[in-house]
Every structure is written in structure tokens, then in C-alpha cells.
Design a protein around this ligand. Structure first.
Ligand SMILES: C[S@@+](CC[C@H](N)C(=O)[O-])C[C@H]1O[C@@H](n2cnc3c(N)ncnc32)[C@H](O)[C@@H]1O
Length: 230
């Protein structure tokens, strides 16, 4: 088969949620490019794959938590060059990312660059965070005839509330320290259910029922998302 870069959605938190295709691609790779936050130094992706790949094969990719276009451009240019070099040297390269690659993933900055360099890549689907949370709480995101949206908390309370004019349920990603905003959305929507999932499928996982549980002690929900259904 023609060599190509594998771009792999790892699912969230637990390596048991990797697909067989993902696992095979990771095991067969010479280099596994793994994102890490420069600020927090955390790598959820590394935790998921660490039992299946030798440390010597892992190339950490520190991505800046900034919206500075220039800084981002520099990082992604360097990354694309690194991949190009490895690919031309006939190395099997994988690029891993949490959840599914199509959802707010760092890879989306790289894909254009790889296309411009004529580097073939194949994306392996992963289980997205909102799918994990819906299953964890055993609630349907949508039933027949209903619709669903995915939004970032940074869109703001008003935009998220107005999405419910069109759809029945919304997944809100990147909640972070905006718990008060999340609670305002809940108060305004008066939903049938509303849950916050923090560090899903990880050791310190926490699932909060926003209609019943006390949210006072949640200050900063790092790695969390909410699903709300009206
Ligand atoms: C950069 S986005 C990546 C989304 C990912 N590609 C997906 O398919 O869900 C990061 C956000 O995904 C959500 N997320 C990813 N993994 C999570 C987990 N284990 N627990 C809770 N939220 C998670 C959080 O909202 C986090 O802020």
C-alpha cells in the first residue's frame, strides 16, 4: 500500500476506546506525533497511547495556547516540514489527536499544508467527547426528528441560548472556568437534562448533573464539556 501519514482520533481518555485501526496504525509507526499543551505541559493523547508505543518513537508537538496568527503559523509550518522530512525518508508517521479529528482538532491547521506538499494522509475516526458524555450519562443526544449542535463555550451565553431556537440539544466544548456562564444557559433553557463531564474516561473523571448537583466547588473544569437537551 502507498505510504501515507495516519492522522488518528484517539477517543477520549481511556485507551480501551481506541479503534483497532487506530491501534494498528500506532503500533506500526516509526514516529508518533503527539500534541502537548505548552502551558500546562499535559498531554492527554500521550496518556492514551503510552502503553502501545516506545518513548523513542514519540515526538511531542508543543502547541501554543494563543490566538496569535504569526505564532500559530510558525508552529504549524515547522510541524508540516517535520512531517514532510520524515515522510520523504520513508518513515511511517502518525499524528494523534484526542476525540475525533474533525472536531476542533489541531490537525485542521496542518491538513492544508500537507495537501500543498502533496503528502497523502488518511484520517482514522475516533470517538468524540460529546459522544462519550452522552453514552456515559445514558441519554440520547437526538431522537427521531430532532437535531443537534456542537459549540464552543467562547461563543458566549446569548449565542448558545439562541442555538436552542433551532436545535434540540447542544454540546458545549471547552467549558474551562466559565461555570457561571454554563449555569446561566441552564437557567435560561430550563432543559430536560444538562450534564457537565470533566476528564471523561480518566482516573479523576467527574460527571455533574447540572439540574441537581452542587456546582459551587467547581472552579475550573479543565478538559470538560456539557451536553444540554431542551
Ligand atoms: C481541542 S477540543 C478537541 C475535541 C475533540 N477532537 C473531540 O472530538 O471531542 C478539546 C475539548 O474537547 C473536550 N474533551 C476532550 N476530551 C475530553 C475528556 N476526556 N473529558 C471531557 N472533555 C473532553 C473538552 O471540551 C475540551 O476542551
Amino acid at each position: 500500500m502507498e505510504n501515507r501519514v495516519y492522522v488518528i482520533g484517539l477517543g477520549v481518555g481511556d485507551s480501551g476506546l481506541l479503534t483497532l485501526n487506530a491501534l494498528n496504525a500506532i503500533k506500526n509507526s516509526d514516529i508518533v506525533i503527539t500534541p502537548q499543551s505548552k502551558k500546562s505541559k499535559r498531554s492527554v493523547a500521550l496518556n492514551i497511547i503510552k502503553d502501545f508505543v516506545g518513548e523513542d518513537k514519540i515526538k511531542m508537538f508543543y502547541f501554543p495556547t494563543t490566538n496569535n496568527e504569526q505564532e500559530l503559523k510558525k508552529v504549524y509550518d515547522e510541524e508540516a516540514e517535520f512531517i514532510e522530512k520524515a515522510f520523504l525518508n520513508k518513515k511511517q508517521v502518525s499524528y494523534v489527536t484526542i476525540g475525533d479529528v474533525s472536531i476542533y482538532s489541531t490537525f485542521n491547521y496542518l491538513s492544508e499544508r500537507l495537501k500543498n506538499k502533496n503528502i497523502p494522509f488518511e484520517i482514522i475516526p475516533g470517538i468524540a467527547s460529546f459522544i462519550s458524555l452522552a453514552n456515559r450519562i445514558a441519554q440520547p443526544l437526538v431522537l427521531k426528528g430532532e437535531s443537534f449542535a456542537v459549540m464552543e463555550m467562547s461563543k458566549g451565553v446569548d449565542k448558545i441560548v439562541s442555538a436552542f431556537d433551532i436545535v434540540d440539544s447542544v454540546a458545549i466544548l471547552k467549558v474551562g472556568n466559565r461555570i457561571e456562564n454554563l449555569m446561566e444557559i441552564v437557567r435560561r433553557i430550563k432543559p430536560s437534562y444538562a450534564y457537565l463531564g470533566i476528564k471523561l474516561y480518566m482516573e479523576d473523571e467527574r460527571i455533574v448533573n447540572l439540574l441537581e448537583d452542587d456546582v459551587q466547588n467547581i472552579k475550573d473544569a479543565y478538559l470538560s464539556l456539557a451536553v444540554i437537551k431542551k
